[in-house]
Design a binder for this molecule. Structure first.
Ligand code: FES
Ligand code: FE2
Length: 420
């Protein structure tokens, strides 16, 4: 349990707040590269800051203030050129470093003026990796964007799905280190939602947590399993500050502001062996709905939709002063302790846990659990189909088990890649 003041400290993400400063030490995924096949400018709200992400005609991404420094026009209605973004109101133009590079009227009446040098627009670092566009809003020198090992896997069909979540980021991330919820929120609730009354899923007989360089891993053991079982051997990872890696998909909980979160899911599906070699040119993206328009209620059919029901159900910002933690919540306590240590580290000018600055170490970051061996070996078609049927058993015929709403063109591309 936290006090109200502690809860505020953990959940406020604005610039100058302890958590806002901690979060600004890490890169955050904010868009898919393929979104910019169709658009060149996108408004973004990130940690309470209103920004505009653009890709100019030269292919360079920029992330600048939503408002033009001239008279505050909305830069998301600007337009891009070979280099930079131009405000639609009076044509001032800026490059990705924020430098003003043109002021058409001022330039013509006073070509020698140095006015341009005095009016940069706020600009942040932006870069691409794994089909995602990443932003860094912290001080220099910026760390590296981690090359998590699944980013380097081959023979896979990847996709990126976003959802807009109307609650604070931390309650989403606390779900990343919550082993027991699988039994209830996913297994038993899915059974009840399907109209059955039982039997309930096997109960947990043991959970354990361990720390590693970038966060925590947890193992869970069910009553019908022993320690040779996959659930026990392959820990699920809660990576600092806002990332969850259960198996071969990532879930980032990107803080939009104190009351909103962008859920970013990056999923890798290894193709069956008979579809090798498979090479994907571009990683497609989609936006997943979370509300059922027919009822106005949250969608409950898919795994991450179920998680979403739990997150938003805790309130816009969970009132942690009213909670009662038990032994199943040990992971949540570990995460909070680490975040507290990291807020202190940042206040003292040190790096928080999990910051990567060494290029050599970032070629491929191996994660605990021999994941490479498990996921790169691949499966023969029969075994692959068996696993796929198991993963999609709650929504048979659906090709994506995590979120509802996979668009037909991605379904088709997936089917082609895996030979369905
Ligand atoms: S407000 Fe942007 S150029 Fe005038
Ligand atoms: Fe879950």
């Amino acid at each position: 349990m936290l006090t109200e003041q502690e809860n505020e400290r953990f959940t406020r993400v604005g610039r100058g707040t302890p958590m806002g400063e901690l979060l600004r030490r890490y890169w955050h995924p904010i868009a898919a590269e393929t979104e910019f096949d169709d658009i060149s400018i996108k408004p973004i709200r990130l940690m309470g800051e209103d920004l505009v992400l653009y890709r100019d005609e030269g292919g360079t991404f920029g992330l600048v203030d939503r408002h033009c420094p001239h008279r505050r026009a909305d830069m998301s209605y600007g337009f891009v050129e070979e280099c930079g973004i131009r405000c639609n109101y009076h044509g001032w133009k800026f490059d990705e470093t924020g430098r003003c590079i043109a002021q058409p009227f001022e330039d013509s009446v006073n070509p020698n003026s140095r006015f341009k040098d005095q009016v940069p627009i706020t600009a942040y670092r932006v870069a691409t990796k794994a089909g995602l566009v990443w932003a860094y809003l912290g001080p220099e020198p910026a760390p590296l964007i981690p090359t998590w090992e699944p980013f380097t896997y081959d023979n896979g069909f990847c996709q990126i799905a976003f959802s807009d979540i109307p609650c604070n980021w931390l309650q989403c991330q606390e779900n990343s280190i919550d082993p027991v919820h699988f039994e209830w929120l996913h297994n038993n609730w899915s059974m009840v939602l399907s109209g059955q009354k039982g039997p309930y899923a096997p109960t947990h007989k043991k959970i354990s947590f361990e720390e590693f360089d970038y966060g925590f891993g947890y193992h869970r053991l069910l009553e019908n399993e022993d320690e040779t079982n996959f659930n026990w051997l392959l820990q699920r990872l809660c990576i600092l500050p806002n990332l969850f890696l259960p198996r071969t998909h990532f879930e980032w909980r990107v803080p939009v502001d104190d009351e909103k979160t962008l859920s970013v899911v990056w999923n890798y599906t290894r193709v069956p062996r008979d579809c090798e070699p498979y090479k994907q040119d571009k990683i497609p993206y989609w936006y997943a709905p979370i509300t059922d328009p027919a009822t106005g209620r949250w969608i409950t059919s898919h795994v991450i939709n179920q998680d979403t029901v739990a997150w938003v159900g805790q309130g816009t910002v969970a009132e942690r002063n009213l909670e009662h933690l038990g032994r199943g919540d040990r992971g949540v306590i570990m995460l909070r302790r680490q975040l507290e240590l990291d807020m202190q580290a940042v206040a003292e000018g040190r790096d928080p846990k999990g910051i990567i600055r060494d290029e050599a170490a970032n070629v491929c970051i191996d994660l605990p659990g021999n994941r490479r061996e498990l996921f790169l070996a691949g499966l023969e078609r029969e075994d692959w189909l068996r696993q796929f049927a198991l993963a999609t058993k709650n929504n048979p015929g659906d090709y994506f088990s995590l979120l509802v709403g996979q668009p037909p063109h991605i379904r088709e591309a997936f089917a082609k890649a895996v030979g369905l």
